[in-house]
Design a protein around this ligand. Structure first.
Ligand SMILES: [Zn+2]
Length: 491
C-alpha cells in the first residue's frame, strides 16, 4: 500500500513538474516587428466616410424593396471622391451593383491579393430611430466619432481600402502583384448576387489568389476576459450553417377525445432531446490556436491552464460551455428557432414542425449533423430532414504558418504597436466563403478597435467609429498593400 501511494505521489509530482515547466517556458510565437513611421492620411477622409454613410444602400430581405438608385449614387460618390483610383484602376460592375477594381501588378507571375468589403448595410430596426444619438443616415461627425449605419459594417472597409489605394497612387507606388478590390452589394442578404458573382468571374479567368482579406474579426479591447492587451482577432475559418426540420403528423380530430400522445407532445420531446444532447465540444483548430497564441499573456493561473491543454482541455471546455459566446467557439451549436403547430384551441394539431439551426464547427459536416439529430431523436414518428434554402459546410481553415498570415500580423503590429495578433474562428457566415476555391489563404479581419459594449452597435443602435481609429485603419490597409504587393515582399 505504501509503495502504491509513493508511486501515485511521485506521478503527481511529475505531472505538476511538467505542467510548471511548460507554463514557465510558455511563449507566444508572435513575430517581433519595428513600428513604421506614421503617415498622414488624405485630408477629409472622415468626411468621405460620413458622406458614404449618408447614402442609404440598405439590403432588404424582400428583394422588391431594393433601391438601385442609392447604389448608383454611392458608385458616383466613390468616383468623385477617389479620382486616382477611378482613372488608374480598371472598374467592373458585377451582378448589377457590385464593384470589382483591378490594379495590375508589374509581375504577372505573382498571384494577386484581393481585399473585400460590402456596399450594403442592414436596415435600422423600426421603432429604434429615436434611440440613436445621431440620426442613422445623417453621417454626422461628433465627439470624435463618425456616426451612422455602415460606419463600421462595412463602409469602413470599402472607404478605408479605397483611401489606402488613393494614397499609394499619389505616392506613385506600383504594386508588383495585382491588387483586387471587391465590394459586394448584397452581403447582408447572403451575397448570392454580389460576392458569389465576383468570385465566379475571377475563377472563370483562371485567377488564383495569394490572399483574400474580408471583414470578420476586429481589434478586441477587453473582448477576452483577463486579457489587457488589445488583440487583433484574424478569422482563419468560419462555421457552416444547416437548418434541420423535425416534423410529426397525427390523425387530428376533436380535442374532446384525444389520443394519449399528440403530435405536439411527440415533437416537443424530440426537440428537448436534441437540445439536451448537443454535438461534442472540442478545443481544436482555430480556437485551439487562439488559446495557444493569447495564453501567454494571461495571469499565471490561466497561463498554467492554457500551457497544459493536453491535461486541462476537459476543464477548459466545462468553463467555455457556460457562456453562449465561448460555447460557440468549441462546438457545433444547436438553436431551436421555429415551432409551429395547431390552428384552434379545440382541434388536435394534425401536423407539428420545428426548425433547429446548427452552426457547424470545422471538422463536423452537414451530413454528420443530420446523422447526429436522427440518432438523438430516435423516433420513427418524427421525420428529420434538412430545411431552408441556405446551407453551408464549414470553411477550410487557413494556415497561420503562411507568409500571408505572418504579413498581416507584421502589418498590424507595425502600425498599431502593442497589439497582439491571434487567429480565431468566425462563428457567422461571411462572403469570404465564396473565395475558398480561389485561395488557401482566406482571412477575415477589419482593423477597427471595439470594446464589448461596441459589439451591439453593429446591426444595432448607434453604430459609430472613432475618427482616430478610422485613420489608423487606413494606415493599416495602406501598409498591408505595401507589404503584400510591394517589391520588398515580391523579391
Ligand atoms: Zn458586414
Amino acid at each position: 500500500m505504501r509503495r502504491f501511494l509513493l508511486l501515485v505521489g511521485s506521478a503527481l509530482v511529475l505531472v505538476a513538474g511538467v505542467m510548471l515547466v511548460r507554463t514557465l517556458r510558455y511563449r507566444s510565437d508572435g513575430v517581433e516587428v519595428r513600428a513604421v513611421p506614421e503617415v498622414a492620411v488624405r485630408q477629409g477622409a472622415s468626411e468621405r466616410l460620413a458622406g458614404a454613410v449618408r447614402i442609404p444602400t440598405i439590403s432588404h430581405e424582400d428583394a422588391a424593396a431594393f433601391d438601385a438608385d442609392a447604389f448608383q449614387r454611392l458608385h458616383a460618390f466613390l468616383e468623385t471622391e477617389f479620382p486616382r483610383v477611378h482613372s488608374q484602376l480598371r472598374r467592373e460592375i458585377v451582378g448589377t451593383h457590385s464593384l470589382l477594381y483591378t490594379w495590375p501588378g508589374r509581375n504577372p507571375s505573382l498571384e494577386p491579393i484581393l481585399l473585400m468589403g460590402h456596399l450594403d448595410v442592414v436596415p435600422v430596426e423600426a421603432g429604434t430611430e429615436d434611440r440613436w444619438q445621431q440620426p442613422p443616415f445623417s453621417g454626422r461627425i461628433a465627439d470624435g466619432f463618425i456616426w451612422g449605419r455602415g460606419a463600421i459594417d462595412n463602409k469602413f472597409t470599402v472607404l478605408g481600402t479605397l483611401e489606402a489605394v488613393e494614397m499609394l497612387l499619389g505616392e506613385e507606388f506600383q504594386p508588383e502583384r495585382t491588387v483586387y478590390l471587391a465590394y459586394g452589394h448584397d452581403e447582408e442578404v447572403g451575397g448570392t448576387r454580389g460576392a458569389r458573382h465576383i468570385a465566379a468571374r475571377l475563377k472563370g479567368r483562371g485567377v488564383r489568389l495569394e490572399m483574400v482579406l474580408d471583414e470578420g474579426g476586429v481589434i478586441g479591447d477587453g473582448l477576452l476576459p483577463g486579457l489587457s492587451a488589445p488583440t487583433a482577432l484574424v478569422g482563419i475559418g468560419e462555421k457552416g450553417f444547416l437548418s434541420v426540420e423535425l416534423a410529426t403528423q397525427s390523425a387530428g380530430g376533436h380535442s374532446s377525445v384525444p389520443p394519449a400522445r399528440s403530435a405536439v407532445g411527440i415533437l416537443s420531446e424530440a426537440v428537448v432531446r436534441v437540445e439536451r444532447n448537443p454535438m461534442p465540444a472540442r478545443v481544436e483548430g482555430p480556437t485551439r490556436q487562439l488559446f495557444e497564441r493569447v495564453g501567454p499573456a494571461f495571469p499565471f493561473a490561466q497561463r498554467l491552464v492554457f500551457a497544459n491543454l493536453w491535461a486541462t482541455t476537459p476543464l477548459v471546455i466545462r468553463k467555455l460551455e457556460t457562456s453562449p459566446t465561448t460555447n460557440a467557439m468549441v462546438r457545433t451549436t444547436t438553436a431551436v428557432t421555429m415551432f409551429q403547430a395547431g390552428t384552434k384551441e379545440n382541434v388536435l394539431a394534425s401536423r407539428a414542425r420545428a426548425v433547429i439551426n446548427f452552426r457547424i464547427l470545422p471538422g463536423d459536416s452537414k451530413a454528420r449533423v443530420l446523422e447526429h439529430v436522427r440518432n438523438v431523436v430516435d423516433d420513427e414518428r418524427v421525420a428529420v430532414t434538412s430545411a431552408g434554402a441556405f446551407s453551408a459546410e464549414p470553411s477550410a481553415v487557413s494556415s497561420t504558418d503562411s507568409e500571408s498570415f505572418r504579413m498581416i500580423e507584421r502589418t498590424i503590429r507595425s502600425v498599431a504597436p502593442g497589439t497582439m495578433v491571434a487567429p480565431y474562428l468566425v462563428v457567422v457566415v461571411t462572403d469570404a466563403r465564396y473565395y475558398g476555391d480561389l485561395s488557401s489563404n482566406v482571412f477575415r479581419f477589419m482593423p477597427v478597435q471595439l470594446a464589448p459594449a461596441d459589439l451591439a452597435r453593429m446591426h444595432g443602435t448607434n453604430e459609430r467609429v472613432a475618427v482616430q481609429d478610422y485613420e489608423r485603419a487606413i494606415r493599416i490597409y495602406r501598409q498591408l498593400i505595401v507589404n503584400a504587393a510591394g517589391s520588398e515582399r515580391a523579391r
